[in-house]
Design a binder for this molecule. Structure first.
Ligand SMILES: Cc1cc2nc3c(=O)[nH]c(=O)nc-3n(C[C@H](O)[C@H](O)[C@H](O)COP(=O)(O)OP(=O)(O)OC[C@H]3O[C@@H](n4cnc5c(N)ncnc54)[C@H](O)[C@@H]3O)c2cc1C
Length: 608
């Protein structure tokens, strides 16, 4: 295998490519993406149970509401808020969780925080007159803020929590959706909104022997504070005599390591691929910050971030962090006039190499043991894997009670006593799976966890079997009065700051329903021509990046090493991650025109 590569000044594309490919190949092992199907495998169902809120008995509910929103995360709450503004009375959020918050309800592991700046990630800051206390807020604060939005818009009055939607079917005769749940409820509703999440299905790797482990095990998205002690903001006090294994060093794993290293008798960190870990620079909010903000500041700040991420010129980079410095540059390398394509591609590669070299030097500076530092260095292009940012993770690995176990092929086996990597068994008391989530590319009908039956008995899974088909990524023919909150890989756009997309989707859903109600529309459906045209637009702008992405270390960004399998129908509006500003303009103009272009409408008869 090629040895270490030289610093940026001596960039040798052939040597760099050879090193990156060799590192990729060590990770391209059969079954690397194999996971437990927690929606089907009853043996592992306990990993999904809610450890945070006790279940309360209640009888089944049978009634009619104005709207059912499946999912009470950021997208569901924002949709609810805008539907309330549109004048809807009975708004029913249904969620398997014991309350609102979605991602932020479920993910309460020690150290959890957002990785996009709080001032643009927490929605509706202006409406609620709230300023986050830190540049990157901890999960508890984000959850509290989402609860405050739900209270402000009275969204829990009709909600059903600890309730899973098991089926939804369109009733042609009554022009209503009938929703069934795992608590025996049967709810009819005029409007039906899917806000089921982008990273809502937690992922457990299919490692042989997992069921044999005799100690405690859980996933980071269901943290077991009963076992570890402490709380999201406190040291897990009951781990002082425990040997703990943490599997996974992605965005979640790296956040958990510092508190676990502080608390555990010994911590083994099992790494398959090192993340690129840039500087975080978290800090308390400057008390003077609020005074600098004028009306409309949050939208302007989100737009400023988005413009930088799309490589557009801005006067000031307001967020000014690792995303805007490195990720934006790597995604949109500057192209000088007169450059040939080959020159441009080479300069993009060199720029990426410089960014990754800086990350590798950072590891050397922060990790004292050279052998540990070497395996922590990420050898792939920056665009290959979602970058991470943290200031305490790498130093925490210097602790005498912390061992990094590097296994590019992953954990081989789990035994009654522990984990096996490269034939060596590591005995532990507890295994914590920081193994993330099924990617947002998992089809909507799977992420939704229930069968959705539209007109003529056709299910969404059947209709989207060969890829999405929609108008604006939010409405689909044959599923009347149904909205899907926009998401990556679903004919909308991709945003690093998901909240900005959720805000846009919620404004569109609330605005459209308000208009339809005002005009006395009973039922809408998407016309065949409009759906065909939008889907063609998406397919036509698809860029096949598999030549570049197939050289990447496998990750969810390159479809675990199979970028060639990406379906152009599941692409975005515009090239690459999508044309965000163009997409927003389209939606806003569509709403403003108020003529529902592309929809087929049934207007209520005056007597009904
Ligand atoms: C630890 C962590 C940190 C993150 N940090 C960031 C960040 O900094 N920036 C960023 O942009 N994104 C971040 N993300 C991504 C994050 O998921 C989104 O930002 C956002 O929270 C998604 O909101 P949502 O409402 O779409 O989905 P979710 O928050 O996932 O909510 C969906 C809800 O739907 C419920 N649900 C689904 N199906 C059913 C069903 N059949 N019946 C009942 N309920 C159902 C689920 O229980 C869930 O509560 C992070 C994700 C994680 C896990």
């Amino acid at each position: 295998m090629p040895g270490p590569i030289p610093p940026a000044a001596h960039f040798d594309p052939d040597a760099v490519r050879a090193k990156y490919l060799a590192e990729r190949d060590r990770r391209l092992v059969a079954d690397r993406a194999a996971i437990r199907d927690l929606t089907a495998d009853g043996n592992f169902a306990r990993y999904r149970e809610d450890p945070f809120t006790p279940y309360a008995d209640r009888g089944p509910v049978a009634d009619e509401v104005d709207v059912v929103i499946v999912g009470g995360g950021i997208a569901g709450i924002l949709a609810g808020a805008h539907l309330r503004r549109a004048g809807l009375d009975r708004i029913r959020i249904i969620d398997q969780a014991g309350g609102v918050g979605g991602t932020w309800y479920w993910n309460r592991y020690p150290g959890v925080m957002c990785d996009v700046e709080s001032y643009i990630y927490l929605p509706m800051l202006e409406e609620l007159g709230y300023i986050p206390t830190r540049r990157y807020a901890y999960g508890e604060e984000i959850l509290g803020h989402l609860e405050a939005i739900a209270d402000r818009f009275d969204l829990t009055r009709d909600a059903l929590f600890h309730t899973g939607v098991t089926g939804a079917a369109w009733q042609e005769d009554t022009a209503r959706w009938r929703i069934r749940t795992d608590r025996g409820d049967e709810v009819t509703t005029r409007w039906y909104v899917l806000a089921v999440g982008i990273l809502n299905l937690l992922k457990l790797p299919a490692i042989p022997g997992m069921e044999d482990f005799a100690g405690r095990s859980f996933h980071t998205a269901r943290w077991d504070y009963g076992y570890t002690g402490g709380g999201p903001h406190e040291t897990p006090t009951r781990l002082a005599d425990k040997v703990v294994a943490l599997v996974g060093t992605g965005a979640t794993g790296i956040q958990c390591v510092p508190p676990l290293a502080e608390a555990a008798k010994h911590l083994y960190v099992f790494q398959r691929t090192p993340s690129a870990i840039g500087e975080r620079g978290n800090r308390p909010t400057d008390p003077a910050f609020a005074g600098t903000l004028g009306p409309g500041w949050q939208k302007a700040r989100m737009d400023n971030f988005q413009a930088v991420m799309m490589g557009r010129p801005v006067d000031v980079d307001q967020v000014d962090d690792g995303w805007t410095h490195d990720y934006a540059r790597a995604q949109h390398p500057p192209r000088r006039e007169g450059m040939t394509l080959a020159e441009y591609l080479r300069s993009a590669e060199e720029l990426d190499y410089g960014i990754m070299e800086a990350h590798r030097r950072r590891v050397e500076e922060l990790v004292t043991d050279p052998a540990t530092a070497e395996v922590l260095k990420p050898y792939y292009r920056y665009i290959c894997k979602r970058p991470c940012f943290h200031d305490e993770y790498l130093p925490a690995l210097n602790g005498s009670n912390v061992t990094l176990v590097d296994g590019p092929a992953g954990v081989e086996r789990i035994t009654e006593r522990g984990l096996v990597v490269d034939g060596r068994e590591y005995e532990v008391d507890c295994i914590i799976y920081g193994t993330g989530f099924e990617p947002e590319l998992t089809p909507l009908y799977r992420r939704a966890g229930h069968e959705i039956v539209g007109r003529d008995g056709v299910t969404l899974a059947e209709k989207w079997a060969d890829g999405a088909a929609s108008l604006y990524g939010m409405m689909t023919r044959g599923f009347p009065n149904m909205f899907v909150m926009p998401a990556p890989g679903q004919q909308a756009v991709v945003t690093v700051n998901y909240t900005q997309l959720a805000v846009l989707g919620a404004e569109f859903v609330g605005g459209t329903v308000g208009l339809l109600e005002n005009k006395g529309v009973e039922v809408f459906d998407v016309s065949a021509e409009a759906e065909e045209a939008w889907t063609r637009t998406i397919v036509d702008s698809f860029v096949d990046s598999s030549a570049v992405m197939s050289a990447c270390t496998p990750s969810r960004i390159n479809n675990e090493g199979h970028p060639e399998a990406m379906n152009p129908r599941n692409g975005n509006y515009g090239r690459g991650m999508g044309n965000w500003f163009g997409y927003r303009q389209l939606l806003e103009e569509w709403l403003e025109a108020g003529v529902f272009e592309g929809l087929e409408l049934t207007v209520r008869s005056p007597s009904s």
